[in-house]
Design a protein around this ligand. Structure first.
Ligand SMILES: NC(=O)c1ccc[n+]([C@@H]2O[C@H](COP(=O)([O-])OP(=O)(O)OC[C@H]3O[C@@H](n4cnc5c(N)ncnc54)[C@H](O)[C@@H]3O)[C@@H](O)[C@H]2O)c1
Length: 374
């Protein structure tokens, strides 16, 4: 499967990472994919991306990729207002599509794309990536198997701090003409998808938006009136009768990538935070209480490296999220030392020190815990 990637900012790189590393994370399963071509807005960024990542070709005209007979898939990683145009052309060209969220910036456009993709028989997926987190998958499994009973209410919030500093110039995500809408489209699309995925379809929604810093410097460095919501608060009624709140907020000082939810059923509850992705909190309301608490209380389920099958083989089910990054940094430190002819650290001396301590500890153990000096 040969992919044409359009847009090579943070998400373009993220998708390239995913495609490039499939072979690491999965046993051979017949899936063989590569990003063959990249398209960005500028020739120099396209050429740099291709050179660095080994893509065969680099272009600035997306039609070159959409119409290329040697490409099977178009991967859309551009700003939101461009998704519709690109996806529509790609569907009509018979390409399969992997498109970043939000699918588009109006419901009419999105409905048209969904209908067109179905009519043309192409495979089309939106990148609601949080569905694939181990804790979210386990939450869905517990809900589907009835362990929390009938869902009564929920809270879901996605909190960032990226709009808290009024001195920070606006990016395209604060410009309605590029983003289509502010944080509602950006973080809110994830929150809405997650609640629907876990709890069910929506019956009613109400919303309130907020712009706390209406004046900041614009993309061009000149004073600029913010026109996209910086926070968005919703209450919703689902078709199954559950009621809850959803929040997408970039005014949340002190947060990083804080996506979380709590779901209350009539038999149990679930609690998840993307900042603590190794665990899913599960409260089993059928457990006996007692004078001293009995067995009641939230259990922290060890999701850790247990990702949806067939993933989870590598780096292994016990490896916490983020564990691999330590290895990446370790290897980079070593290669940098080789390249720069500087001492490596941790060094062989560090290794030998640990070895001496282990040897003494072993001797001590063999001698009834005798104190050994180093
Ligand atoms: N699923 C997620 O976790 C997640 C996270 C962040 C962003 N996103 C989504 O990904 C998309 C891209 O966001 P990003 O953060 O990567 O933005 P970004 O600003 O980092 O990158 C956008 C890229 O698009 C390129 N571009 C702009 N106009 C173009 C054009 N006409 N033709 C070709 N390339 C063009 C830019 O040069 C840039 O490389 C957005 O839709 C956003 O909502 C998803």
């Amino acid at each position: 499967m040969r992919i044409g990637l359009i847009g090579f900012g943070s998400m373009g790189k993220t998708h390239a990472y995913a495609v490039r590393n499939l072979a690491c994370f999965f046993e051979p399963d017949g899936i063989d994919a590569e990003i063959a071509a990249v398209c960005t807005a500028h020739p120099e960024t396209a050429a740099a991306a291709a050179a660095r990542y080994g893509f065969e070709r680099a272009v600035t005209d997306e039609d070159t990729l959409i119409e290329a007979p040697d490409l099977d898939i178009i991967d859309i990683c551009t700003p939101n207002t461009l998704h519709y145009r690109t996806a529509r052309k790609a569907i009509l060209a018979g390409k399969h599509i992997y498109c970043e969220k939000p699918l588009s910036v109006t419901a009419a456009e999105a409905d048209e794309l969904a209908a067109l993709a179905a009519e043309r028989g192409v495979t089309a997926q939106v990148v609601f990536n949080y569905r694939f987190m181990g804790g979210v998958q386990r939450a869905r499994e517990l809900i589907d198997s009835g362990r929390i009973g009938r869902i009564v209410s929920f809270r879901c919030a996605y909190l960032h701090a990226s709009c808290t500093d009024p001195a920070k110039p606006a990016g395209w995500k604060q410009s309605k003409s590029i983003c289509g809408g502010g944080v509602l489209f950006d973080l809110g699309s994830h929150v809405i998808d997650l609640i629907r995925y876990l709890c069910g379809d929506f019956a009613e929604i109400s919303g309130r938006s907020q712009i706390a810093h209406p004046l900041r410097l614009g993309i061009d460095g000149k004073p600029w009136q913010t026109d996209a919501d910086e926070a968005f608060y919703m209450t919703a009624l689902l078709k199954n009768g559950a009621v809850g709140t959803l929040e997408a907020n970039k005014l949340a000082l002190g947060t990083n990538d804080d996506l979380g939810f709590t779901i209350y059923g009539d038999r149990g509850a679930l609690r998840y935070s993307l900042m603590q992705p190794n665990y899913l909190g599960f409260y089993d309301g059928t457990k006996e209480g007692g004078d001293l608490g009995g067995e009641r209380g939230f259990t922290m389920i060890e999701c850790v490296g247990r990702f949806p099958k067939p993933a989870g083989v590598f780096p292994g089910v016990k490896a916490p999220t983020g564990w691999l990054m330590g290895h990446v940094l370790s290897m980079h430190a070593f290669l940098s030392a080789v390249k720069n002819k500087t001492p490596a650290s941790p060094s062989f001396e560090d290794g030998a020190y640990v070895q001496r301590v282990m040897e003494k500890a072993g001797i001590s153990s063999e001698n009834g815990g005798r104190i050994e000096r180093l």
